[in-house]
Ligand binder design. Structure first.
Ligand code: ZN
Length: 275
């Protein structure tokens, strides 16, 4: 898990820059020797491994619906295995096989996390029905369902934020649709900040704040304002949720408070438990 401990700061100040330099130097030497080698981004991101799925469940290219293998840093892929297992076992509801729809994983042109194989853009989750058919149980593309109404909209929204909770449980960096831009199309997850550690709530982290506010509002039925600003209302509503689920305290008190909030939000969002 050593390769997982890098923080954003270390990558930008030292490690990545040094590896880039070596990569360029190697390319230069090869060019001088008369061999044409493309600029070696591969050497900048360390060892990547291609996997056909996550936790044994196949990944698909969301845009083509075709099965597809993706490359990851192995330690990050291990964490994704843990996440999907947690999602499956905590909801206690769905049947395998699960299909994990992605729009991106390793990519040398999407910023540091994707370049290093430490990020995915999650587009959707599909499960198997007892009848043998498949059904979508998470849809990340906000524009697909934002104009729906009534109970159908509520269902899409609950599944969205419940799945967000399962990811926030494991990763510090989870970017959801209120963050705007491409996060309205798919949900971005990476471990640049949390590394191999389990995350805690940080009241200055906008994506975590959006998640808490939206979960309080859409899953727990509070009238919470969703503005990405941590305030007394958000703090109180999250506290009320922690009281309701028997944990008590405040969401920033410890990692276990953050985990309890997210675990219960996952279960309530998918109607596993009402609390
Ligand atoms: Zn991404």
């Amino acid at each position: 898990m050593v390769d997982n401990r890098n923080t954003t700061a270390r990558n930008s100040s030292g490690g990545l820059g040094r590896r880039r330099f070596f990569a360029l130097a190697a390319g230069g030497a090869a060019a001088a020797a008369g061999t044409l080698i493309p600029a070696s981004a591969a050497q900048a991101h360390g060892d990547l491994t291609s996997y056909p799925g996550i936790w044994g469940q196949r990944t698909t290219d969301w845009n083509t619906s075709q099965l597809k293998s993706y490359k990851y840093r192995p330690a990050f892929h291990d964490q994704l295995n843990g996440w999907l297992r947690f999602w499956f076992e905590t909801t206690e509801y769905f049947e395998k096989p699960i299909r994990v729809g992605l729009t991106a994983a390793h990519d040398d042109n999407m910023g540091t996390a994707h370049e290093q194989g430490r990020a995915i853009d999650l587009a959707g989750l599909t499960v198997t029905q007892s009848s043998g058919g498949t059904v979508s149980v998470f849809q990340a593309n906000y524009s697909v369902w934002k104009d729906l109404t009534g109970s159908v909209l509520a269902q899409f929204r609950r599944n969205y934020w419940a799945t967000s909770a399962s990811l926030h449980y494991h990763f510090r960096s989870v970017r959801t649709y209120p963050m705007g831009g491409r996060y309205r199309d798919s949900l971005h997850v990476d471990n640049l900040l949390s590394g191999s550690n389990t995350p805690a709530f940080n009241s200055s982290d906008k994506s975590q704040i959006f998640h808490v506010q939206a979960s309080c509002r859409y899953i727990w039925g509070k009238g919470t304002t969703i503005d990405g600003m941590w305030n007394t209302e958000s703090r109180r509503h999250a506290h009320e949720v922690l009281e309701r689920i028997g944990k008590g305290g405040y969401i920033g008190d410890s990692k276990s408070h953050w985990q309890a909030f997210n675990r219960a939000t996952l279960r309530k969002g998918y109607s596993t438990e009402e609390y």
